[in-house]
Design a protein around this ligand. Structure first.
Ligand SMILES: *Cc1c(COP(=O)(O)O)cnc(C)c1O
Length: 466
């Protein structure tokens, strides 16, 4: 009975010539629209076969309209809020550091109007766009000068381009890291036009290795903080201070890429071994490069601090213009840096620091309460609080675990993977981690006011389940 009905469905190629789908194609591309149209027809055929509806309009025009609306509704992937229950605080895939309220307000303030971005309001003359943050960065790191570009990878490229294009930069083999998303630092650096002169071996590089490599072609020495991994065991690396001595003897600039960018020592907050920008400069680095959205807890950007002469050369390089930050980033960075002027209130104001310093007992209490609430959800077979460890992520303090508490969930009706997917695709999305056939929701990276949203999300799952 359904068969003649099915035969009335126009073929994909015909539907694609209809105006609504043509319009869709212009926005989303041919391949996606063709594929989605095919999927829609599949669903339609299934529906017709199972329900046998006879009164459905199946002409090409009407169908194309419906399909176009469905494709739009499904939408191209868009940015959605996520509750980060992975326990990775600087998750690159989830946007790294959450911004402080002060930074958000500063962005809102400049977003809708004009601002004193490149004009000095006192004199009415042009001033540089980073002027506002430069003095703060100098104050906080003890540097002579500072500049800011789009991210730390950009900071590396523009620094090497300005100081070493066509010449050599000496770097240890043990420090040539991949920074995630399969981007390798050596490839990024090569884009600057500088030639990497690798010295030493993966696990051992000595001072003599650097000294022997220095020649007339050498433009700079580079040290990279191997932030996302550690080589342990039979290893040797040259301390920054020793390297600084050699650089000075040969009148070469020493560049230190510290990656994670701590502006203050995180040791009192329980994280050892993160290089602090001010200390690198004090130990003799001429330039220090770091990210704005890792430990600093600000917006995505790459910060360069150090000697005036070198920073000026970088600022004058054409790439600085191509890689400059926008007014929103500038506003957010400025507001974030100002929080560092009050170290006593930093842990309350900077969300990242607030999350890191939450006492495990507080997380245990929240996990216990949440587990009790989630137990009642019909998709949950069992929920209990469990102690575990979180990580900073984002290429900071590898292997350094932070004590945490999670809610461990065993689903009743679906598999763990299915439950994880349901939570991931909901609104707001909840992303956890799967360990031994249980879904762990790690509260170290969840803000306390999000606990209730997690409960609500589980209740919504119930309603959609039989
Ligand atoms: C993270 C990192 C980078 C890249 O920084 P982005 O801000 O993501 O561009 C470069 N170098 C090191 C050592 C890093 O840890």
């Amino acid at each position: 009975m359904a068969d003649p009905l099915l035969r009335r469905i126009p073929p994909v190629h015909q539907l694609l010539t209809e105006p609504p789908l043509k319009l869709c194609e212009a926005q989303l591309g041919h391949a996606l629209v063709r594929e989605q149209t095919r999927r829609y027809l599949e669903k339609l055929r299934y529906q017709l076969r199972t329900t046998g509806k006879h009164d459905m309009a199946l002409d090409a025009g009407t169908l194309a309209c419906q399909i176009a609306a469905w494709i739009q509704e499904q939408g191209a992937p868009r940015l959605r809020p996520v509750i980060n229950a992975t326990g990775i605080l600087l998750h690159t895939g989830l946007g790294r550091a959450p911004l402080a309220q002060e930074a958000i307000e500063a962005m809102v303030e400049v977003a809708g109007g004009y601002s004193s971005l490149e004009i000095d309001l006192e004199s009415g003359e042009r001033s540089q766009r980073v002027l506002a943050v430069q003095s703060l960065l100098c104050e906080l790191t003890g540097a002579e000068a500072a500049t800011v570009v789009n991210n730390n990878a950009a900071a590396t490229v523009v620094t090497l381009a300005a100081l070493a294009a066509g010449r050599e930069v000496i770097v240890s083999r043990g420090e040539l890291i991949e920074i995630g998303g399969s981007f390798r630092l050596p490839d990024v650096m090569a884009q600057s036009g500088a030639l990497l002169h690798e010295v030493g071996t993966t696990n051992k590089t000595r001072l003599e290795d650097y000294v022997q490599a220095i020649g007339p072609q050498t433009a700079a020495l580079l040290k990279v903080h191997t932030s996302n991994y550690r080589i342990v065991g039979f290893t040797e690396e040259v301390a920054l201070r020793e390297l600084a001595r050699v650089a000075q003897q040969h009148q070469l600039p020493l560049i230190h890429d510290i990656g994670s960018g701590a502006l203050v020592d995180w040791e009192p907050f329980g994280l050892r071994g993160e290089p602090v920008a001010a200390r690198s400069l004090a130990d003799g680095a001429d330039l220090v490069l770091f990210s704005g959205d890792k430990l600093l807890g600000g917006p995505q950007c790459g910060i360069i601090v150090g000697r005036q002469g070198l920073v000026s050369r970088i600022q004058k390089h054409p790439l600085s213009r191509a890689l400059r930050i926008d007014k929103l980033t500038l506003a957010a960075l400025h507001a974030t840096l100002r929080l560092y002027q009050r170290p006593d209130t930093l842990a309350q104001r900077l969300p990242l620091l607030k999350l890191v310093t939450t006492p495990p007992d507080v997380l245990r209490e929240r996990a216990t309460r949440l587990a009790e609430q989630l137990k009642n959800a019909s998709t949950v077979r069992h929920a209990e609080p469990v102690a575990d460890v979180s990580y900073l992520g984002g290429g900071s303090v590898p292997g350094q675990a932070i004590a945490t508490w999670c809610v461990a969930i065993e689903p009743r009706t679906v598999s763990v993977d299915q439950l994880a997917k349901q939570l991931r695709t909901g609104q707001p999305a909840v992303v956890g981690r799967i360990t031994r056939q249980r879904l762990l929701l790690d509260l170290r990276s969840v803000f306390p006011d999000q606990d209730q949203s997690i409960v609500t999300r589980f209740q919504e799952l119930n309603e959609s389940e039989p």
